[in-house]
Design a protein around this ligand. Structure first.
Ligand SMILES: [Zn+2]
Ligand SMILES: [Zn+2]
Length: 264
C-alpha cells in the first residue's frame, strides 16, 4: 500500500519514528509520502526521504504557516523540488477554519505555489478547510491541473464537488474520516464515491491526525492505513486486496516520479 499523505516528522513521532516506519512496513505500507509545511520542514522532509527507503517527500508552504513565508521562499522550494525523491508540491491551499494566517497572506502564496509547481512539473497536493469554493475557483483560474494532476487531500466534500473536479484530472484523497459514522449515516465524501472515477482515489492517513476507527482520537500512524482501506473497499464493493491494488496504481499514476516497484 501507498500512504499518499503523512507527517512523520511531527514531534508526536519523536520517540518512535523509526519504529512507526517498521510497523507500517509490517502492515504492507511500502511507500510513505512525507508532506512539507514550510521551507524548513520541506528541507527536512527531503532529508528524511533520502535516509529511508520507500519514503518520498512533497515540498510546499501550508496555508496555516503563510504568515511565516518570506520573499524568496518559493524559489528555495523550487530548488528542493528538483530532488529525485520529491514527488509533488504541497500541501498548499487556504484554511479559514482557524485562520492561523489572514487571507491576504494565504491567497498570494497559494497562487504563487500553483505556478511554481507547474514550473517544476509536479502534481499538486491541496489542503483546504472552510475555504472550499475559493480554493476550487483559484485552482481553476490558475489552471492548476493543466500539466499535472491535483490531489484534493483529506477529501470531505460531496458529489457536486467531485463531479465538478474529476473531469479536470483531479484526485481525491481518502483518509480515516471515511471510517467515521458509517452504517448509521452517510457522509458527503462517501456519497461522492458514486461519481468519482475509481482510478482517481488515493489512500492517505494524514498521520498523526485523523486516526481511523477503532483508533479514533489517538495518534494516527501509517500502520493503521489498512482500517481506512477496509472501509473504502466496503464502500466501493471491492475486496481489500483489489482496493489496495487500485489505490497503489492510482498513486503511481499521480506521483509520476515514483519509481516502479521492485519486481514489477
Ligand atoms: Zn492538510
Ligand atoms: Zn497534511
Amino acid at each position: 500500500m501507498i500512504d499518499s499523505h503523512l507527517h512523520l516528522l511531527d514531534p508526536q513521532f519523536d520517540a518512535d519514528r523509526e519504529a512507526a516506519i517498521t510497523r507500517a512496513r509490517v502492515e504492507g505500507v511500502r511507500v510513505m509520502v512525507e508532506i512539507g509545511l514550510t521551507v524548513e520542514s520541506s528541507r527536512r522532509a527531503v532529508e528524511f526521504a533520502e535516509a529511508h527507503e520507500g519514503v518520498y517527500a512533497v515540498v510546499g508552504f501550508h496555508p496555516n504557516h503563510a504568515s511565516e513565508a518570506r520573499p524568496g521562499d518559493v524559489d528555495e522550494l523550487l530548488k528542493l523540488a528538483a530532488h529525485p525523491k520529491v514527488v509533488a508540491w504541497g500541501e498548499i491551499g487556504m484554511d479559514f477554519f482557524r485562520e492561523y494566517a489572514p487571507r491576504s497572506a494565504q491567497e498570494p502564496l497559494f497562487r504563487e505555489q500553483i505556478r511554481a509547481a507547474k514550473l517544476a512539473d509536479l502534481p499538486i497536493v491541496v489542503h483546504q478547510r472552510s475555504a472550499e469554493e475559493d480554493v476550487l475557483d483559484i485552482l481553476e483560474e490558475e489552471g492548476a491541473s493543466e500539466k499535472r494532476p491535483v490531489d484534493l487531500h483529506c477529501f470531505g466534500s460531496g458529489p457536486e464537488v467531485a463531479a465538478r473536479m474529476a473531469p479536470q484530472n483531479y484526485y481525491f484523497g481518502y483518509g480515516g474520516t471515511i471510517t467515521y459514522g458509517r452504517k448509521n449515516q452517510v457522509s458527503p465524501a462517501s456519497e461522492a464515491l458514486a461519481v468519482i472515477p475509481r482510478e482517481r482515489i488515493l489512500l492517505e492517513t494524514d498521520s498523526p491526525y485523523l486516526a481511523p476507527i477503532p483508533h479514533r482520537g489517538r495518534r494516527n500512524e501509517p500502520a493503521l492505513l489498512r482500517h481506512t482501506a477496509a472501509a473504502l473497499a466496503e464502500a466501493l464493493g471491492l475486496r481489500v486486496r483489489e482496493l489496495e491494488e487500485l489505490t497503489d496504481a492510482n498513486a503511481r499514476k499521480f506521483f509520476h516520479r515514483l519509481p516502479a516497484p521492485a519486481g514489477a
